[in-house]
Design a protein around this ligand. Sequence first.
Ligand SMILES: [Mn+2]
Length: 429
Amino acid sequence: MVAGKNVCLRRLSRGDRALEVRFNRFLRHGKVTVERIIDSWSGSTVAAVADRHVLAIQDTSEIHFNTTSQRRRGLGEIGKGNQHGVLLHPLLAVDADNGECLGLLSGEVWTREGRRTVSHDSRDLSDKESQRWITTAVTAKPRLAGAAMVTLLGDRESDIFALYTKAAEQDFHVIARSMHDRKQADETSLYATIDAMAAVQRRTIKLPARAQRPSREADLELRFGVIELARPQNKFLRNLPKSLRLAVVDAREINAAANVEPLHWRLLTSHEVASADDAWQIVGWYKQRWIIEQFFRVLKTQGFKLEDSQIGTADRLLKLVAVAAKAAVITIQLLQARNGGRQSVSKTFNVEKIATLTALNHQLEARTRRLKNPHPSDTLAWAAWIIGRLGGWDGYPSSKPPGPITFKNGLEYFNAVAAGWSLRDMCMH
Ligand SMILES: [Mn+2]
């Protein structure tokens, strides 16, 4: 098809019925399991993490699908139990030094069975949904073997004592935001201990925009120190150490405007924190958690239109989410690369896809002689230029750069072309 006329390819890229049927057949296939799709996430990530300090960022997000009481599509409850859908818990590898998104490493995609009634405190590890933080990290471990250092990073949901002890066992560092006050080994309260620490420095940091919240600046006051957490009283945890020494970094907003909720991060970490600079570094790394929120936003709202899927059964919807997660990561990588930079194209695309990109680049450059791809052909920026153009971006430096929806459309077209390209030898014979 590629060797002939690309009119067929255009048809393919426009949600052609035959493609839809094929994709459905793919999702229905017994050998295509959620586990295998998730395993395939890490393919290119393993090489990308080599020799870097990797932030292994985990988080959970809920993806809503429309159901009725007659047609639940096999989906369990999400939200406060008033909606139905799928849960996604990925581990995303990010370069700690420059924020580069290296790709997905492991994770889970599932739907709940029955109702969720156990309170958080009594769940600590007895429950599958807390356990996922540990299993996802442990699964990622061999894939991170080439990294110079690994820091597991998570929000308040990851304030799990067993995660801290397990991370140490796995040679991982950890940064987690504290969810609730705990007892220290000497019976004192963690939060009272932190509040008694001296405020050592102030600094203004920029907080990126989030869902329904514009970006803003925050004046932070910094405290840090060493703590000794006691093992929680819980029969499931008796095999863990009685106490654990960690550093705490407390960053709290001062002078917040009346209409904003002041930021207060109590960060627990296994990194050594000996100075204010060390403590600001922990805050800086935690701030990079923003990228996983951006990833969920791209996946849920910006062009993937998962919620509109007509697929009728849970097992296929789980696979759909797993496939979409990989595509969303590539979109994030292209967004990061669109302004240039040295990220390598081979981190994201294999040899065959790079060959397809080269052919498409020739075609695009021939179409408008004045417009040349300005980036070196071994960079991801070069690929972002091509895929942005395929998604409808005009390529002029004065135009608004391509956004997630443009990249998503460009990728869809590109993947259809690449699939045809890989068949070309067969077609020519
Ligand atoms: Mn979360």
